[in-house]
Design a binder for this molecule. Structure first.
Ligand code: HEC
Length: 122
């Protein structure tokens, strides 16, 4: 019995440590808009076209990302990646992004304004 309790304490300690390690790592990720600029090539096909609507599998609007709140964008990308927010293409795309990629891309889009040279329409 004692042995069993001891095991549980060790497992709890490990779990707590792992949780700490994960949150410490997340806090270290700082978005870099310049780096993000090089990572949005695969987003522009859908998000870069003003008023763009896809026709398959159903008609839907593609949201504008430029000028969005950075934290909002990060949260949305993590949610798609984890599957908390469902959208097949966005899940497929975010699955390949690291935490750093997501932070950089969010910083890049958050820095966009209607008069940005790169993407005037985003
Ligand atoms: C195949 C088209 C397509 C591509 C490519 C694509 N997206 Fe999306 N994205 C969408 C659609 C459609 C939605 C809206 C989905 C929904 O309703 O949840 C969306 C939603 C989002 C949202 C949530 C916006 C909001 O207002 O809540 C973010 C953030 C986003 N995409 C970022 C990206 C990034 C970053 C990339 C590139 C790494 C990318 N997307 C590539 C089609 C695309």
């Amino acid at each position: 019995m004692n042995k069993l309790v001891g095991k549980h304490v060790v497992i709890a300690a490990l779990a707590a440590f792992a949780g700490f390690a994960v949150s410490a790592q997340a806090a270290d990720v700082v978005g870099n808009a310049k780096a993000g600029r090089g990572k949005v090539a695969m987003c522009i096909g859908c998000h870069g076209i003003p008023g763009y609507r896809t026709a398959f599998p159903e008609v839907y609007r593609v949201p504008i990302l430029g000028g969005q709140n950075q934290q909002y964008l990060e949260n949305a990308l993590h949610a798609y990646k984890k599957g908390d927010r469902h959208f097949d293409t966005m899940h497929a795309i975010t699955a390949s992004l690291s935490d750093q990629d997501i932070a950089d891309i969010a910083a890049y889009y958050a820095a966009q304004t209607p008069t940005s040279k790169d993407n005037p329409d985003k």
